[in-house]
Design a binder for this molecule. Structure first.
Ligand code: EPZ
Length: 417
């Protein structure tokens, strides 16, 4: 079992470069299915989740070659509309190919994606969207089958601004007959990146980033293009908190300040010094920081994917903070592990009350999901003596070379195989 060994207390200093966004590359790779020509994606992060979506595309029959941060996809050889159940269980985001398969081939079959530790994560909004576009949707024996000779554009109002449902409906609508309007759409930057990618292929989409998205159906997409994905705003936020927590001074390059505004606002409120430039952010930590009230909401609210990392930061604030998780019903798995490091956190329903302590103590901890793992690594950076983090399979899904990037900032961290 691999583990990270971290000796805490080092003030981080230096420059870190952010990788491409996991939550942008996954829907964009899935959307390649819509195209009738090979295409190239740039700025692709080396993550296990990207490996998984590559396997999904190959299982459908596509040819995918991955070389450093470039991926070439040839979707012209796709011959199956069925997503292998094992891959759906391994990663929920495998479900992102469903809209493209339905839109391009008129059929998709997939098992229900496994829930994960942070919540049940149903797909009702995705399926309601497909049905509204005219697909016959059947759910039996744990499988979902959707079929339509040709989808017809319509107006869809999402009960909740679900990121995945917005993405799946967008891709299903691209080749539909007529216009589709998605209301109460998710507004995350990754939705805008997906729109920009699809429009570069010849789709006609407007409004991504706002709560209403208009898709005018086209007959086909067949351009040979290359496209660079946006930087990862959650990796950016994670390094911002790392710099603040380790009372260091870090320049974060290849970042888009606008995409992390909610995190910047909260860290400034805590007293952290942050300077934003075009594509970089400079963070200077302070000795002690103020407690905060954090409530997670869909973008542009505070991102749920930054909640665990913020909780570690607040466990060392000078006062009592409250963190309320409004997106997932079970995203406090990291609390137990942080308590073992000396944090004083009490969970009441959707809220965690965090009483700041002067220091954390290193010990052996286990990551239960991706962002909980990131939080435990941050805890190790701040803790006195040594922290051992296990469960790295979660971390490797969403962070590229995390320990290497932290070591370049002076952290005393190594992976023990
Ligand atoms: C995306 O997941 C991200 N993953 C998640 O990032 C992120 O936490 C989440 O959006 C929220 O921002 C990718 O983009 C690959 P949702 P997604 O549909 O699309 C409920 C990370 O750490 N819901 O916006 O699955 C759902 O149960 C990961 O990088 C329904 O009820 O999120 C949840 O409570 C974790 N019915 C809420 O909506 C549905 O049909 C938000 O889910 C769909 C969702």
């Amino acid at each position: 079992m691999e583990r990270l060994i971290i000796s805490g207390g080092v003030k981080l200093k230096g420059v870190v470069t952010i990788s491409g966004a996991k939550n942008a590359i996954l829907p964009i790779l899935a959307a390649c299915i819509l195209n009738k020509s090979p295409l190239v994606l740039e700025g692709v992060p080396h993550l296990d989740d990207v490996k998984t979506i590559k396997e999904v595309l190959e299982a459908l029959g596509a040819k995918v070659t991955w070389n450093r941060d470039l991926i070439e996809v040839d979707p012209t050889t796709i011959c199956s509309p069925e997503v292998p159940p094992a891959l759906m269980r391994r990663m929920r985001a495998s479900n992102l190919v469903m809209g493209s398969l339905l839109g391009r081939y008129g059929k998709v079959k997939a098992s229900y994606p496994g829930g994960c530790t942070i919540g049940s994560r149903p797909m009702d909004l995705h399926l309601k969207g497909f049905a509204a576009l005219g697909a016959r949707v059947q759910e039996k024996h744990g499988f979902i089958e959707a079929e339509a000779p040709r989808l017809k554009g319509t107006e869809i109002h999402l009960d909740f601004p679900s990121v995945g449902a917005t993405e799946n409906i967008m891709t299903a609508a691209v080749l539909a007959e007529g216009t589709t309007i998605i209301r109460n759409a998710a507004r995350e930057p990754e939705i805008v990146d997906l729109q920009n990618f699809l429009n570069k292929l010849g789709a006609r989409i407007k409004g991504a980033g706002l709560d209403t998205i208009r898709i005018d159906g086209v007959s086909s997409l067949e351009r040979k293009i290359s496209y660079r994905v946006i930087p990862d705003r959650i990796e950016t936020g994670t390094f911002m908190v790392a710099a603040a927590l380790a009372r260091g001074e870090v320049l974060i390059k290849n970042a888009i300040p606008k995409h992390v505004e909610p995190v910047t606002a909260k860290l400034r409120e805590a007293g952290v010094k942050i300077r934003e430039e075009d594509d970089q952010i400079h963070v200077t930590g302070v000795e002690r920081w103020n407690p905060l009230d954090i409530r997670t909401f869909p973008f542009p609210g505070f991102p749920t994917d930054m909640q665990p990392q913020m909780m570690v930061f607040l466990s060392l604030a000078k006062g009592t903070s409250i963190v309320t998780e409004n997106i997932f019903e079970n995203r406090f798995q990291h609390v137990g592990e942080l308590r073992r490091m000396g944090a004083q956190i009490h969970v009441e329903g959707r809220s965690a009350i965090i009483k700041g302590v002067p220091s954390l103590t290193g010990t052996a901890v286990e990551a239960t999901d991706l962002r909980a793992g990131a939080a435990l690594v941050l805890g190790g950076l701040a803790a006195e003596n040594t922290t051992i983090v296990e469960g790295l399979q979660h971390l490797d899904r969403g962070y590229e070379r995390l320990e290497e990037k932290l070591r370049l900032l002076g952290a005393d961290i190594r992976r023990q195989r």
